[in-house]
Design a protein around this ligand. Structure first.
Ligand SMILES: C[S@@+](CC[C@H](N)C(=O)[O-])C[C@H]1O[C@@H](n2cnc3c(N)ncnc32)[C@H](O)[C@@H]1O
Length: 250
């Protein structure tokens, strides 16, 4: 099954992130070598692609949304992009890798422990022994986890598509039982009659919870970092960035 509109707001994705999210673009360089074969899962619009493929021997970007991949292909014409599900990476189709990157909270789009388990097994399947798997997720921030639904203005950004500013509002509601934060982004420009809604969700992992699932897998935690400046993780860190290593196969 191909998913065309995982993000209904793919036309805004790069513009809205340009305004708030750039620090992670060079973060991965430290872990890349020019003889590596690298896979970026959930690569989206290829926001991180250029910086990764310039530092390795071969790079493949994979995503579940054909809309996001279309944008990536237009931006990075020499890059190989493949449609696929990070819970089911096929060795026969993709080959083997030295490093897999799952950046910018993408893992939080998997709904439950079974999905995470499948993701870890699937990465194990296409990663060479001692290969690296890097996962970047949020450290949950209670200010954004409202049990009652709330609507909030977030920020404005310039849209290349509409050639004007767009105001972004967010509706959030957190389900404590499943730890899923349901999010609706609303993009507004009254002058141009723009009012677009897009729904998504992000599962939250409190410190220790992803570790529990990783400990049952074929990966060990080499490092846990708390931000894009490589500071060690602590409970106040904005991020949880896991540098995992596949076992040596012995
Ligand atoms: C927050 S975006 C991140 C995109 C990109 N990595 C970046 O840094 O901008 C999350 C991406 O995860 C993709 N995604 C969600 N579930 C997926 C799955 N099961 N397999 C592959 N991609 C998936 C979505 O299509 C979306 O492009």
């Amino acid at each position: 099954m191909k998913c065309n509109t995982y993000y209904g707001d793919h036309i805004f994705y790069d513009d809205m992130n340009k305004a708030i999210q750039t620090e992670d673009i060079t973060f991965y360089n430290k872990y890349l070598k020019n003889n590596m074969r690298a896979l970026e899962v959930a690569c989206g619009t290829g926001r991180l692609s250029k910086e990764i493929y310039e530092h390795v021997n071969e790079y493949i970007g994979l995503d579940y949304s054909t809309d996001m991949l279309e944008i990536a292909k237009t931006k990075n014409r020499n890059v190989q992009y493949i449609w696929g599900d990070m819970r089911n990476l096929e060795k026969e189709k993709l080959g083997m890798f030295d490093i897999i990157i799952c950046g910018f909270n993408s893992l939080q789009h998997l709904k439950n422990d079974e999905d995470i388990d499948n993701f870890l097994k699937s990465c194990d399947n296409v990663l060479r022994n001692k290969g690296l798997l890097i996962i970047d997720i949020f450290n949950p921030d209670m200010r954004f986890l409202n049990i009652k639904e709330i609507k909030e203005y977030r920020y404005s950004f310039y849209s290349e598509y509409y050639k004007d500013n767009i105001d972004l509002y967010e509706i959030r509601k957190y389900d404590k039982t499943t730890r899923i934060n349901y999010l609706t982004n609303i993009y507004v420009n009254e002058k141009l009659n723009v009012n677009i809604e897009s729904n998504t969700f992000m599962r939250q992992y409190f410190p220790g919870q992803l570790e529990e699932l990783i400990n049952k897998s074929n990966f060990s935690i080499k490092e846990k970092i708390g931000d894009y400046n490589y500071n060690e993780f602590n409970l106040q860190s904005p991020k949880q960035i896991f540098i995992l290593q596949k076992s040596d196969g012995k």
